[in-house]
Design a protein around this ligand. Structure first.
Ligand code: GUN
Length: 287
């Protein structure tokens, strides 16, 4: 069966809209998210437009700052300093990737951890790693766990989860979240030996490598839950293009008990979880 991320995300946004209304009524606080976009990358512009739209739809305040591609690192740091000190801003997101002349990790670390709704700041990844309360957790990994639970129920304990990919944005944090759920977690990557055999051991398989349709049907244990984080655009014969995941969907859906499609799986969950983090930040630190 398909796990319908579009529907799960829509349901989540609906409950977030209710939370926003209650928070406003009870405390007078309206959660505010500010997105900073440097340069004109077309894919980033689409993402930012969707973020702004969905932020407004749940009743939150959305702000967007666009800065020229040749903006200096110092100018961006000055902008972030201003946002860090603005009490109406509860969440700050700097759209990645940044132009090459800007040091990405310096920018991420300059956002105060309490407003780092991407969950990329070392303080937040450290808190996640230590299993502490109060971490703002990266959005896509949160979405992956919500979707896995949609099929398996809330108790994931004892399941063998194999995560393919070790990025700071998805692979590592999703592994930490699954560990917190008491899964037995294996992190696989490009140097892993006999990846197909390892994947066949997985009750939960998370693919986050960015290689189109790499995971084949015979890599999947019958009855497994497959979470496909990949979003890859590939050329088709009619010289058009289409989006595919990291998993060969047509093969995998015959073997897996449940699988997230691309598009319409993990993708829509990311922004919904971003809104959730911003509400959380406003609730905790809002004035
Ligand atoms: N670019 C692609 N995905 C993301 C994300 O989750 N957060 C940010 N800030 N930039 C991105």
């Amino acid at each position: 069966m398909n796990i319908d991320g579009k529907q799960v995300a829509a349901d989540l946004r609906q409950s977030l809209a209710q939370e926003v209304a209650e928070l406003k009524q009870q405390t007078g606080i309206t959660p505010g998210l500010t997105v900073v976009l440097v340069g004109e990358d077309p894919a980033s512009q689409v993402y930012v437009r969707n973020k702004v739209k969905q932020t407004q739809e749940v009743g939150m305040i959305s702000n967007e700052f666009r800065m020229a591609a040749d903006t200096s690192e110092e100018a961006l740091l000055a902008k972030l300093d201003e946002l860090n000190n603005d009490p109406a801003v509860h969440g700050i997101l700097v759209q990645l990737p940044l132009p090459k002349h800007i040091n990405e990790s310096r920018i991420i670390e300059s956002i105060v951890p309490e407003k780092d709704v991407d969950g990329f700041h070392a303080m937040n990844s450290g808190r996640l790693m230590n299993g502490e309360e109060g971490a703002l957790v990266p959005c896509t990994p949160q979405g992956c766990v919500i979707l896995a639970k949609k099929h398996l129920g809330d108790d994931l304990s004892g399941k063998h989860a194999v995560v393919i990919g070790r990025s700071n944005i998805v692979g590592k944090p999703v592994a930490m979240l699954l560990l917190q759920e008491s899964c037995t977690v294996t992190i696989a990557h490009s140097r892993t030996k006999d990846l197909p055999a390892l994947c066949r051991e997985a009750d939960i398989l998370v693919a986050a490598v960015g290689r189109p349709e790499m995971v084949k049907g015979d890599w999947i244990k019958p009855g497994a839950t497959v979470i496909d984080v990949g979003i890859n655009r590939i050329a088709t014969e009619d010289s058009k293009s289409r989006l595919v995941g990291d998993v060969d969907f047509a093969e995998a859906e015959k073997v897996a008990a449940a699988i997230t499609p691309v598009p319409g799986g993990v993708g829509p969950m990311t922004i919904a979880c971003l809104l959730k983090n911003t509400i959380e930040a406003a609730r905790r630190f809002g004035v």
